[in-house]
Every structure is written in structure tokens, then in C-alpha cells.
Write a protein that binds this ligand. Structure first.
Ligand SMILES: [Zn+2]
Ligand SMILES: [Zn+2]
Length: 382
């Protein structure tokens, strides 16, 4: 599609930059999808594989080359012409020939040597993180009902961690999710893992065995997304409150442009008007605020994961270093204490085992004075 043709009938549904290379002007996702579907032939976004002969015939037609040239190209570009081993020999793909002149191989050898020189090998988390994006490529559903429909939109969404750590001022840890246009905002909310949903509030030094199972997520179910002047509240449960009200009233009293509200469970991405690349907000647990940036909106392709059941699809996950117990330095902290006569610092973090060994006798009676609070590590979702 020529740029001029696009701009000729361009309306707000064809994304255009507001700030070059940063973010677009607002556009309606559903209408944007329709713009594409009107312009493309169904074969362009079909999952059907074109057979080889049709592909070659179309290629010859589009490039205007003759039959003879096409035959030449086919034989020169054939995979067989790249073979450098006898057909019955399986080469070791990790082995890079030491004297290769091919630049890609020289680079690969360099990289291999560098990796081998590193003292620490990759841990299981990093190995998995590298795999994450590849795992779902071209995944087809088992049941036909789970097929992502042809012409569906796929959004790439980055959810950032709240900037509560100094360290986070210099990096931007986030998770990246792929979602389809028919997903609701409530489904995005459910896919966001945040440690503040897991906290247990209270002091339990006298009764460490009866820490309630209720986590913050069970107690405080209210949350909202904020996109383009609209607060999308989670109102799925009777306990949910409209926590955007305070902001709305505050803004109204100060003559801000009017904001409105809607329900996140009733809003699908396809209904949204957004800017791609622009930071929006997800707020839960009262003041746990995450930036949310939609970085891409596109049509589903046959190379995508087209198994609906795997969406929201996690493609990137930042890993946080876990806080270890101050005594054994081995296990992840489960308790933190204050005013603790046994602790080397205040507050102090303990694993469950060390905490109990140090603070209770064999009958489970509390020793000395201290206050104890359950602790959930930020790395709980690693
Ligand atoms: Zn949070
Ligand atoms: Zn310990």
C-alpha cells in the first residue's frame, strides 16, 4: 500500500506518529483491523500454506522473470546446493570449523569461545527465558475451537514493574504478553503477576503456624486500567470498589478535561482507542502502579502461535534476584522481623526453617521479644 494512498483516505483509524519513533496518535483498534481487512486479500492473512508451485508462479509473475531464469534460480537457491557433507553423514551443528572464512561462522566461533571463557554458566531461569519466545512459534491448536480466527489482531503488551526499587530507575524490568483483540482487559489483569497481590498483612510472632491463607488479592480485588482518559475498573466481584472515583472527583474539582469510566471485564482490546508506544496505567492494591505500553498491533500470521488456549501468551519475563535468608544465605526469605533481639539487622529476613529454629523452642513457644511478618519475595514469579 503506497503511503500516499494511505494518507489520502487517512482518518483516525490509520495509526500515524504523534512523536516520531515514540508513539502514535490515538486510533481505534477494531477499526484499524477493519482497514487492513478491507485492503488485503483473504489469502494474505490466511493460515493456509501456499503450495510451492503456486508460490513460484506468483513469484515469477510479480518479478517478471522468464521460465528459464526461474529454473536457474530454483537450482541455485536450492537447499541441496548448500550441503557440504555427504548426504548420509549427520554433521555436529555445534562444531564450528576453526579455519572458516565465512563471516557468520567467524562470529559464531568468537561467541562460542567467549561463552566458554565465562565462569558462570546460564542458570535454568535464563535458559528458559531464551526459550520462552520460541516455544510458541507456529503452535497449532489441538481442538479446532481453539484456533485464533484468521484476521484476528494480536497485541504486544509490556507491563512494567512499579519503580519502587532504586535499581529499577536504570533498567526497565517488564513482562511482555501477546493478547488477541477479543481478550478483555480483565483477562489482561488476570495475566499480570505482581507480588503485591500475594502479600499477607499482619504480625504473627505469637502464632506463626496460623498465618491466614488470604492473600491481598482475595481481600482487595479492586483495580483499574487507564487508557486515553478512561478508567476501566474491575467490577467482577461484589467486593470490588470503583477506586478511580477519587481521581475523577479530584480532576473534576480542578477543571481537568473530563475523564470517564467503564468496566474492564466488558471492554475488549478491539473496542479500545489507544496510542501505540504510549505509557498507560494499571493500578491495583490501592497504590501498586504499573506502566502498561502497547508496543504493537497487527494481524495474526500463520507463523504466530494460533492456539487460542495459550493466550495471553508470555514472551518475555524479567527475572528478579531473590532475597535470601540472613542466617543460612541459601533459602529465600519467608519472614521478616523487627525489634528482634536475635537478629543481626532490623528489619531482618529469615527463611522459615531458620526463623523457627532461632525464635521458638522445641515446643513452639516464642523466645524473647520480636515482631514477625510474613514476607513474599519479589522473585516469587521467577
Ligand atoms: Zn503491582
Ligand atoms: Zn535460613
Amino acid at each position: 500500500m503506497a503511503a500516499s494512498e494511505l494518507s489520502a483516505d487517512s482518518d483516525s483509524n490509520v495509526p500515524d506518529y504523534e512523536y516520531i519513533d515514540v508513539n502514535t496518535k490515538p486510533f481505534h483498534i477494531g477499526s484499524f483491523r477493519n482497514e487492513w481487512l478491507n485492503r488485503l486479500k483473504p489469502s494474505h492473512y490466511s493460515y493456509q500454506l501456499e503450495d510451492e508451485d503456486t508460490f513460484h508462479a506468483n513469484f515469477a509473475k510479480e518479478t517478471g522473470i522468464g521460465e528459464e531464469m526461474m529454473a536457474d534460480l530454483k537450482s541455485i537457491c536450492s537447499l541441496d546446493s548448500l550441503r557440504c557433507y555427504p548426504e548420509d553423514q549427520q554433521p555436529d551443528t555445534d562444531l564450528v570449523p576453526p579455519d572458516s572464512t565465512l563471516r557468520t561462522l567467524v562470529q559464531r566461533k568468537k561467541r562460542q569461545d567467549y561463552k566458554a571463557s565465562l565462569k558462570i554458566s546460564k542458570n535454568r531461569h535464563d535458559l528458559y527465558a531464551d526459550e520462552l519466545e520460541r516455544l510458541a512459534v507456529e503452535r497449532k491448536p489441538e481442538a479446532a475451537a481453539d484456533l485464533v480466527p484468521e484476521g484476528e489482531v494480536i497485541l504486544t503488551i509490556n507491563v512494567y514493574y512499579p519503580a519502587t526499587y532504586d535499581r529499577f530507575s536504570y533498567i526497565r524490568p517488564h513482562t511482555t504478553l501477546l493478547m488477541t483483540g477479543s481478550h478483555s482487559l480483565a483477562e489482561l489483569r488476570d495475566a499480570i503477576c505482581c507480588v503485591s497481590d500475594l502479600q499477607v498483612c499482619g504480625e504473627f510472632s505469637n502464632t506463626p503456624d496460623i498465618v491466614p491463607d488470604f492473600i491481598s488479592k482475595d481481600h482487595y480485588k479492586s483495580a483499574f486500567f487507564f487508557f486515553e482518559g478512561v478508567f476501566y475498573n474491575d467490577m467482577r466481584f461484589p467486593e470490588c470498589q470503583d477506586i478511580s472515583k477519587t481521581v475523577l472527583e479530584w480532576a473534576k474539582a480542578r477543571n481537568f478535561p473530563p475523564y470517564s469510566e467503564a468496566r474492564m471485564e466488558e471492554t475488549r482490546f478491539i473496542d479500545l482507542k489507544v496510542k501505540v508506544g504510549f505509557p498507560y496505567l494499571y493500578c491495583h492494591q490501592g497504590d501498586c502502579e504499573h506502566l502498561v505500553i502497547i508496543t504493537d498491533v497487527r494481524l495474526a500470521h500463520k507463523n504466530d502461535c494460533i492456539d487460542k488456549s495459550l493466550y495471553p501468551l508470555l514472551t518475555h519475563k524479567h527475572r528478579i534476584v531473590t532475597q535470601k535468608c540472613a542466617v543460612c544465605h541459601v533459602f529465600i526469605g519467608r519472614w521478616f522481623t523487627t525489634n528482634d533481639q536475635f537478629a543481626p539487622s532490623d528489619p531482618c529476613l529469615f527463611c522459615d526453617k531458620c526463623f523457627r529454629m532461632l525464635h521458638y523452642d522445641t515446643e513452639g513457644n516464642k523466645l524473647g521479644e520480636f515482631k514477625a511478618y510474613p514476607y513474599v519475595d519479589r522473585g516469587a514469579f521467577n
